[in-house]
Design a protein around this ligand. Structure first.
Ligand SMILES: Nc1ncnc2c1ncn2[C@@H]1O[C@H](COP(=O)(O)OP(=O)(O)O)[C@@H](O)[C@H]1O
Ligand SMILES: [Mg+2]
Length: 361
């Protein structure tokens, strides 16, 4: 997959600009707070439908403007010159388009253009909380399966409804209505838990397979990396959990069981990496996970996604930096960086300089 260009209109600090990219390595260089991350965020929005920064969509709109728009032109090995675009308005609306035609469902938008984003925050994915690891697999799976996007969206809605009921029961409002309806929502939730946890489990198994190979390669076969999904459950088990613990959930006023609580266990040489691994090992594990994500995407779709590296290389030592550069050779990568000299070996590649929301060749 190749991103040929990205066009921004009033997107954060970028007023109006089109960036053109080469097939191989592209570097966006500039000082801090100039718009480098903003430019990658825009491209990633076209892949994932939402930002990796937990910001409100209205924040995308350049201060004082009415709307923000990002638009990419991309090619896959099946088809050239496709486009995707997203527009956000001050009134809180979002319009997605694919090849000039409006797309109303996110499941029809996500996954057309596939990209893997790697930011310094990802480097601490091993020691962060479970929600970061869930987000990792959810983002990866969403780009590969429209039905996964639909299931996640449905689950989120069911969770809100069930939590609302539990909150009301917690406040002792309408207990009769509670017992009449909660079973229905538990049923819906249990079915989705079975479906989603099975897909996640399969994905994590694949991830573990590729991660182990990459990690072994990185450590000259000295260390073994294993990932295990903790949360696979059948509909029956899930329903039993939700039924048996109802009183406890009422006390908390929230759903305490389900795929929104799951985790991925990461082990290095059979020891829990979150607790026992050094920072260097944790970073290598994170790096393996990102490269493995690319391998699975390639295996599933027949081509590599575009890699977006936001300020990541300066965080790595030369060994890991070298490894990741060799791991992405032959693929399209867009790298942002503050460093002037470190990429002298990449001079042949396209370098775009970013200054105050403007980009120069
Ligand atoms: N909605 C917005 N309108 C105008 N400027 C914005 C908006 N959102 C963020 N910015 C500006 O974007 C700049 C940060 O850009 P960013 O891409 O994160 O920088 P970097 O080059 O360090 O990656 C900051 O100066 C910030 O004020
Ligand atoms: Mg940045």
């Amino acid at each position: 997959m190749i991103c040929k260009s990205s066009t921004y209109t009033n997107f954060r600090n970028i007023e109006g600009q089109t960036l053109y990219f080469d097939d191989g390595i592209n570097i966006i260089r500039g000082e801090n707070a100039q718009g480098k991350t903003n430019s990658l965020e825009g491209i990633y929005l076209c892949a994932q439908g939402r930002s990796h920064r937990s910001s409100k969509e209205r924040d995308f709109i350049k201060f004082g403007s009415e709307f923000a728009k990002v638009f990419i032109n991309y090619s896959s090995n099946k088809r050239q010159d496709m486009t995707l675009g997203v527009t956000y308005t001050q009134s809180g609306r979002k319009y997605c388009e694919k090849n000039g035609v409006s797309v109303t469902k996110m499941s029809g938008f996500i996954g057309n253009f596939r990209a893997i984003l790697f930011t310094p925050e990802h480097l601490s994915i091993v020691k962060n909380g479970p929600s970061d690891r869930r987000r990792f697999i959810d983002c990866a799976l969403s780009q590969l399966s429209p039905s996964y996007v639909v299931d996640l969206q449905t689950y989120a809605r069911v969770l809100i409804q069930r939590n609302r009921l539990l909150q009301e029961a917690h406040e002792k409002k309408s207990m009769e209505a509670f017992y009449e309806t909660v079973g229905l929502w538990s049923e819906k939730m249990a079915l989705l838990c079975e479906k989603i946890s099975a897909v996640r489990d399969e994905y994590v198994n694949k991830l573990s397979f590729f991660c182990d190979r990459i990690f072994a390669d990185m450590t000259q076969n000295k260390e073994k990396l294993t990932l295990t999904y903790r949360g696979r459950i059948t509909k029956e088990e899930s329903l039993r959990q939700l039924t048996e613990n109802l009183e406890r959930e009422i006390r908390y006023g929230a759903t305490l069981y389900g795929i929104h609580k799951d985790d991925i266990e990461i082990k290095i040489n059979n020891r829990e990496a979150r607790v026992f691994a050094s920072q260097g090992q944790q970073r290598s594990a994170a790096l393996s996970m990102k490269l493995a994500e690319g391998e699975i995407s390639n295996e599933t779709t027949g081509e590599y996604p575009v890699f977006l590296f936001d300020d990541i290389l300066s965080e790595l030592d030369s060994g890991r930096r070298g490894y990741i550069m060799s791991g992405i050779s032959g693929k399209q990568v867009i790298i942002t960086t503050c460093e002037e000299v470190a990429y002298s070996q990449l001079q042949k590649n396209r370098v775009i300089v970013c200054r105050e929301g403007k980009f120069f060749r």
